[in-house]
Design a protein. Structure first.
Length: 573
């Protein structure tokens, strides 16, 4: 698909922005306060297609030299190659170079419009179907016109036969009726009328011409007609400025449905200040313009900040399409200088996305469910929320026999276990350790880390021992056993707890094998991360560089069990 990919706008009239705007194929939203440059940006894009140049103001004349680049537009062709358009100073104006890239590719619905009906709409059909002229003797005959009309009349009669037999006209009218939201009138079609073949009738069956519709009805009719006319376009750039003007909520929803379909084969760029439109396209590419600054919105937190900044009201449910939650307090960092919180780690693992919301919940899954339920209740129009809860792998080890557990991703719908002891183990992945800690005295970074693990083997074993004992004792919870008959239940509980047994020797054997195999997944992660930090005190700064360069996620995907849980949640439906 052809689309505009990037715009670097240093100067265009009063416009100038700090960095590149990045667009995608399909639907894009440009948001910002009034006066931020949304409409002017669309006018500029339309002006490229028309080769409309602008004179430079005194400040620009002083700042830019002859042939300096003022604006650069990068377009993606259907074969994925790039085409460049630029505006450069030529004399006292900016001139577009290679503007033909957008020639006949741009369609623009401006907000600077007044929808009216200047004259009656004329139908060509009555002229086509009239009888051939029988001239007076000696009269001049336009043989070209008469012969053409004779053929067109035959053609029209065939079309009319097919139309009547297959109810084509009725089918078209019905499809338009479905789109005419909040119209309390019926649309009518009379192809044999020479003027105004399309009209409406009210509930009393009185005829109403389009010119007599309300201003709001005309506005919607214009938008709807435009979108119907371009619905079969392909590889076009369709610019829409503030479609929300004068329209009802239900009408906006219908227009957004049409825009979504059009966006499958074209690029659509919408400048808007409407929360309803934003909610319709919350998964689309979103760009914020604010006082000369550009923000390419990539996450739900970015979007929320942007909306707070411009005061755009949005249903809170748009931020909760998919919640991914893990253990650990949400505001507590993992440990070490500049360490991330657990929600940030989840963002690193699963990627920035408008659709994803990250959170953590200590070690209580119920608290996660309670918060999500609260958001559902608070939402004015609730949407289904995907809740993915990832427990630390140690929670799956409730007996010595289960250490280490078999790697299992999803135990029930929406509930997962990390394929390692706890979330910190994610950063003990050998390839990651080797990348951050350089080789020393012939030992790789991971081997150096494992030397420290061996040195602190007893400390780590105690942590493993403590956790598994606690997990096993949960089976003997008083709350679980003492219910309707306290005296009898207490007696039974004493019998059960008396039979509690813990096989320390088997656990020790299993742990020793973990150490011998350098099985980084099933040692205590928090304690091992402290060893990692001893080797690399600025560990988190190094990891953040990998995140920025998109290398960290690539490393995670090298481990099959990590890749599986990422793909399982990201592709969840």
């Amino acid at each position: 698909m052809f689309y505009i990919n990037k715009i670097k706008l240093d100067w265009y009239g009063h416009l100038g922005f700090d960095k590149e705007m990045v667009f995608d194929s399909g639907v894009n939203l440009v948001i910002g306060k009034n006066g931020s440059g949304k409409t002017s940006l669309l006018i500029m894009i339309d002006g490229i297609a028309r080769n409309t140049n602008r004179g430079l103001d005194p400040e620009a004349l002083e700042k830019y030299k002859e042939n300096d680049e003022l604006t650069k537009v990068t377009c993606k062709e259907s074969d994925n190659s790039d085409s460049m358009i630029s505006s450069r100073r030529q004399g006292n104006a900016g001139a577009w170079q290679n503007h033909q890239v957008l020639d006949k590719r741009v369609r623009f619905i401006t907000s600077d419009r007044k929808v009216h009906m200047a004259s009656a709409a004329t139908s060509p059909i009555p002229a086509i179907t009239r009888d051939i002229a029988i001239p007076e003797p000696g009269a001049e005959i336009d043989i070209s016109l008469e012969f053409t009309q004779a053929i067109l009349k035959d053609l029209w009669e065939k079309v009319e036969e097919v139309t009547k037999s297959q109810d084509i006209a009725k089918e078209i009218l019905e499809s338009y009726k479905e789109g005419l939201i909040d119209f309390d009138k019926d649309i009518m079609l009379d192809l044999k009328r020479s003027q105004n073949p399309i009209y409406f009738t009210d509930f009393r069956d009185r005829e109403i011409q389009i010119e007599n519709l309300s201003s709001g009805e005309k506005e919607y009719l214009y938008f709807y007609a435009f979108l119907r006319r371009v619905q079969n376009d392909r590889d076009k750039v369709i610019l829409i400025d503030e479609p929300e003007l004068h329209l009802h909520s239900s009408q906006l929803k219908k227009l957004c449905e049409l825009i979504s379909v059009i966006g499958e084969k074209n690029q659509v760029i919408i400048a808007t200040h409407s929360g309803e439109i934003l909610q319709s396209f919350i998964m689309s590419n979103i760009i914020l313009l604010d006082r000369g600054n550009v923000s390419n919105i990539k996450s739900s937190s970015d979007l929320k900040k942007a909306l707070d900044n411009i005061g755009l009201p949005v249903d809170p449910s748009v931020f909760t399409a998919r919640w991914i939650c893990a253990e650990n307090e949400p505001e507590v960092a993992l440990g070490g200088s500049n360490a991330p919180t657990t929600p940030t780690v989840l963002e690193w693992v699963f990627g920035k996305s408008i659709k994803n919301r990250y959170w953590s919940f200590a070690d209580n899954r119920r608290s996660a469910e309670a918060v999500v339920e609260g958001i559902k209740v608070a939402s004015s129009d609730p949407v289904p929320i995907e809740l993915h809860v990832i427990l630390d792998g140690d929670k799956a080890v409730d007996s010595v026999e289960k250490y280490p557990p078999k790697e299992s991703i999803e135990t029930e719908k929406g509930l997962y276990y990390w394929p390692f002891w706890e979330i910190e183990n994610l950063f003990l992945f050998p390839q990651l350790v080797d990348k951050i800690v350089g080789a020393k005295e012939g030992k790789s970074g991971f081997d150096q880390l494992w030397d420290k693990v061996i040195d602190q083997k007893e400390k780590l074993f105690k942590e493993i021992h403590k956790s598994i004992v606690k997990n096993q004792l949960r089976h003997y919870s008083v709350d679980r056993i003492i219910k309707g008959n306290p005296s009898e239940d207490l007696t039974n509980w004493k019998k059960e707890i008396a039979g509690f047994n813990f096989d320390d020797k088997t656990l020790r054997t299993a742990f020793d094998k973990i150490i011998d195999d350098k099985n980084w997944q099933w040692i205590p992660g928090k304690e091992a991360m402290a060893f990692f930090l001893e080797l690399k005190p600025n560990l988190w700064d190094e990891i953040k560089i990998l995140v920025k360069n998109k290398e960290l996620n690539a490393l995670f995907l090298q481990k099959a069990s990590i890749k599986e849980i990422i793909e399982s949640i990201v592709s969840y439906s």
